[in-house]
Ligand binder design. Structure first.
Ligand code: GTP
Ligand code: MG
Length: 200
């Protein structure tokens, strides 16, 4: 991918506003400030297509982007979700639940957890309950690994996968992806995984 291949489509909170988008789709979810928007920019090799912020709660609706390139004949849709754990659960939950329960284009949710935090928080656990309930394939992505010693990463990764699998045994994929938007570690791996799950 390159920035030239990516464009912002729309921002929405109700399904009526995105139901006409029919390309295979992937979504980035996770607690507020975990690095969702930064990671999408890294994947798209763009500095600023997706707005990021030091203040939690920056992204407040579902933001849809389209990715297409000459190398790949089909386009895919990438969704940046608002973070959980910042807005009230009720407010956040309503449109996220509608999205997760009805979105048949959705191939996989990449659920981000900050590597340094090292564990699932209760909001992560609630989200895993939802993806299990709606049968949405979900892959854990450990973020901001530039803040961590490499030696600790494997231990943290298997601890988080184990905990997530216990909550969502059918939804959670057995392998985590470890990334840093800052150092760009793991970005190629994540891109390859996106293409693979979208069958292009
Ligand atoms: P919300 O939209 O509020 O849910 O946040 P978000 O998950 O989209 O996080 P965002 O990408 O806006 O990043 C939050 C903060 O983390 C920003 O200050 C980023 O600069 C920082 N950050 C993001 N990725 C990395 C990373 O890989 N390494 C480091 N060290 N910092 C990062
Ligand atoms: Mg964001």
């Amino acid at each position: 991918f390159s920035q030239r291949d990516a464009k912002f489509l729309l921002s929405a909170v109700i399904s009526k506003h995105y139901s006409h988008l029919t390309d295979p789709e992937i979504t980035f979810a996770g607690r507020s400030n975990v690095g969702k928007s930064s990671l999408i920019n890294a994947v798209l090799r763009s500095a600023s297509l997706v707005k990021t912020s030091k203040k939690p709660g920056h992204t407040s609706a579902l933001n849809f982007f389209s990715l297409s390139s000459r190398a790949h004949p089909k386009s895919i849709t990438v969704v940046d979700m608002p973070g959980y754990g910042f807005r009230s659960h009720q407010e956040w939950g309503k449109f996220i639940m509608e999205y997760l329960s009805t979105r048949k284009e959705l191939q996989r949710v990449f659920m981000l957890v900050e590597a340094k935090v090292g564990e699932l928080k209760s909001t992560d656990e609630s989200f895993l309950d939802l993806v299990e309930q709606y049968g949405v394939s979900t892959q854990i992505v450990l973020t901001k690994i530039d803040k961590l010693k490499c030696a600790d990463l494997e231990k943290i990764s298997s601890k988080i996968i184990d905990a997530a699998t216990e909550i969502a045994p059918t939804a959670v994929q057995p392998q985590a992806i470890c990334c840093s938007s800052r150092s760009k570690a793991g970005i190629d791996h994540l891109q390859a995984e996106i293409l693979r799950v979208c069958h292009i």
